[in-house]
Design a protein around this ligand. Structure first.
Ligand code: ADP
Length: 461
């Protein structure tokens, strides 16, 4: 089954025709061999019958010569004629027919001489001629049987050769079919893998259009569909980001306007207290709009990063700080090296990554259980780990939690979330050329490790 630009239908048709032809040739060869074998067997059987009948006629002829009883002679003559008639039905070749004719005419000569009451000497000579003719008939049949046996052996060898060839052809055709099917289905497996990865959030992945015509069309159709889904989603997210941006501008303007209210009015409780609440709500709104803009930018694949050299310890301290207040139910234990850990990064985004991991540790572990944030600087770069002692993540779920909208485990029922946090974290880390891994034992906790490249010193701008 060749794989090219052919359609699957024409490949299957070609394969079917080749298989049918192979089956027909094999059947014809086997039919020919078995028919020929049967012919040789018939020939041997018929020669054996002829030999047996001829020997019986020889004995009857001898008894005819020796007996003096006329009645017995008449009976013997009848038997001889009947047996010669049977022998005639077994004649297989013209040579045998000629030998039988000769034997019949010699026997007729002998019987005529016997009826004419010839002298015993004459009778004896006629008998010997008839017996010799019968011997010749036996020789012809023996030669025929021997020839048939030689031909049967040759056919046996041929049938072995044909059987072997058919077996080789069938095995080759089965191997060819398996190979062809494997090659034909390769594009299907690749397409299914691409679809799964696209569904898991790899929005840039596209199918490689190759293989049979229908499969190429399917891959091209998928690529078109994926392209238009991604374009629509990105447009949508870009629109959301634009709206969020405008709303944020309005909020900033509102906050600035509030800032222009003279201080003396603010000292009035009737004005100052509601204004403090409004300011607080504006800050909350500003933060929510900021989160929305972040999400939209990540979703639309429009992450804008501003790279500078930073000491990662400062970023980690800033991310941990909001979680260290007395009101927090989780003690945060931070281990930072004494020396600066210089990373060329977008500080806001890396703080966001750290903060997201700590927020998850808080969400998915019981109140009171400690959370450890550790930063180490080694040859492979900086490694930032966030470790908790919470519900943990099943091994089968661990590779999926970085995909878009994936939430796993029973805790997702009671903990609020949308399954975008780790997706964004991985995007940001990878945009920095780093990587993130998870290690977890269900029921005992989880540890997330972010690896980032480091520099020896902070470059002066
Ligand atoms: P969200 O927290 O909004 O559901 P995330 O993308 O941050 O989304 O996390 C995806 C899933 O990974 C979560 O739903 C949760 O099942 C699992 N997860 C993330 N962090 C932890 C953690 N520290 N412990 C246990 N499960 C976690």
């Amino acid at each position: 089954m060749g794989v090219g630009r052919d359609s699957i239908r024409s490949q299957v048709a070609r394969f079917t025709v080749a298989t049918v032809l192979l089956a027909l040739v094999a059947a014809a060869a086997l039919a020919f061999v078995t028919t020929s074998q049967r012919r040789q067997t018939d020939m041997i059987a018929s020669s054996v019958d002829s030999i047996r009948l001829t020997q019986v006629v020889q004995q009857q002829l001898l008894r005819h010569l020796r007996t003096g009883d006329p009645n017995a002679r008449v009976q013997l003559e009848r038997d001889i004629h009947r047996n010669l008639g049977f022998a005639r039905t077994h004649v297989a070749t013209t040579g045998e027919a000629r030998a039988l004719d000769t034997a019949e005419s010699s026997i007729a000569d002998y019987l005529r001489a016997a009826h004419a009451a010839a002298t015993p000497r004459n009778l004896d000579a006629g008998y010997r001629a008839a017996a010799q003719a019968l011997d010749s008939l036996i020789d012809v049949n023996v030669a025929q049987a021997a020839g048939a046996r030689v031909r049967a052996r040759a056919l046996d060898r041929w049938s072995n050769v044909i059987g072997g060839m058919v077996a080789v052809a069938v095995v080759a055709s089965a191997l060819g079919t398996a190979w062809g099917l494997q090659r034909a289905f390769e594009p299907v497996e690749a397409l299914s893998d691409t679809m799964a990865r696209f569904g898991a959030g790899e929005s840039r992945i596209r199918a490689d259009a190759h293989g049979a015509r229908e499969l190429k069309e399917m891959a091209e159709g998928f690529n078109q569909m994926a392209g238009s889904i991604v374009a629509r989603h990105e447009n949508h997210m870009a629109f959301v980001a634009g709206v969020a941006h405008d709303v944020r501008n309005t909020l900033t303007a509102t906050a600035l306007t509030l800032g222009t209210i003279p201080r003396r009015f603010l000292r009035e409780p009737a004005v100052g207290e509601p204004l403090a609440t409004v300011r607080h709500q504006l800050r909350t709104l500003n933060r929510l709009i900021g989160d929305l803009m972040d999400r939209a930018a990540i979703e639309a694949d429009q992450l804008v990063l501003t790279f500078h050299d930073h000491d990662l310890r400062t970023i980690v301290r800033a991310a941990v700080e909001p979680y260290t207040s007395a009101a927090t139910l989780h003690p945060i234990v931070t281990h930072l090296p004494d020396q600066p850990v210089v990373v060329h990064c977008d500080a806001v985004r890396i703080e966001q990554v750290t903060s997201n991991l700590i927020a998850n540790a808080v969400k998915y572990s019981p109140p009171g259980s400690p959370i450890e944030v550790t930063l180490t600087d080694g040859n492979g770069g900086a490694i930032l780990t966030v470790r908790d002692h919470g519900v943990g993540i099943a091994p089968a779920d661990q590779p999926r939690i970085f995909d878009r909208y994936v939430r796993v485990g029973p805790a997702r029922e009671r903990v609020r979330g949308v399954g975008l946090g780790l997706f964004g974290v991985r995007r940001i880390v990878e945009a920095h050329g780093g990587r993130i891994d998870v290690d977890s034992t269900p029921g005992k906790g989880a540890q997330f490790a972010v690896q980032l490249g480091t520099r020896s010193t902070i470059a002066t701008p």
